[in-house]
Design a protein around this ligand. Sequence first.
Ligand code: ZN
Length: 247
Amino acid sequence: MRYLVVSDIHSNWEALEAVLAASQGAYDEVLCCGDLVGYGADPNRVVDWARQSVNVVVRGNHDRACAGIEDLEWFNPVARTATVWTQNELNEDNREYVRLLPKGPLFVEGFQLMHGSPLDEDEYLMNPDEATEAFAYLETSIAFFGHTHVQGGFEWRQRNVRNLAKLARNYDGISTFDLNPNAAYLINPGSVGQPRDGDARASFVLYDSDAPYLNFHRVAYNLETAQRKIVSAGLPDFLAHRLAVGR
Ligand code: ZN
């Protein structure tokens, strides 16, 4: 089966549109590692798409918050403002869909899907030390996660854990990564709607479960429109600015 794997769309319709155009015809199913909403100006459009087109999606922390099932106390002021705005913006059906999103990890055809880590949906896997612990709880040799907005992930091989973020950076559109049959992988497709790895282009992964490799992708999108919508929605300007620098 060929999968389009996305994560952290964060209500950025322009970025999602570019990802869908760039991957058209290259996948059979869509998987999402969470955070459909929060930050951007198009929550309903993104959730409409998810309801129609995504086969498996786990909930993210922003999904919980925007559906009103999470305390906003630990959110910073910008995230909190965006969350409250999204709560008011989501129509009833979409809010209900987001509220009922399942908690990861979920099993899909021999691999796992999660937002943060196998143990904790809110944990950020940022470095090999954190990933080493996570690998101990992985039940499959490949898993997809999100939450950090950094494309790449980690490889476990002969007890060594390697950060793949550098491999999956600053390439020209597509980067093929070979999967070693004796290794285990925590793969982060990167963020569609708010990359934070210094590359402003939208991120995604194409994974064919019959192939011994996967492809990291980046695609430029109509950033100015996404920014303009954020500003005219009355969301914090910072959320528009950060899109341009990928931070
Ligand atoms: Zn996120």
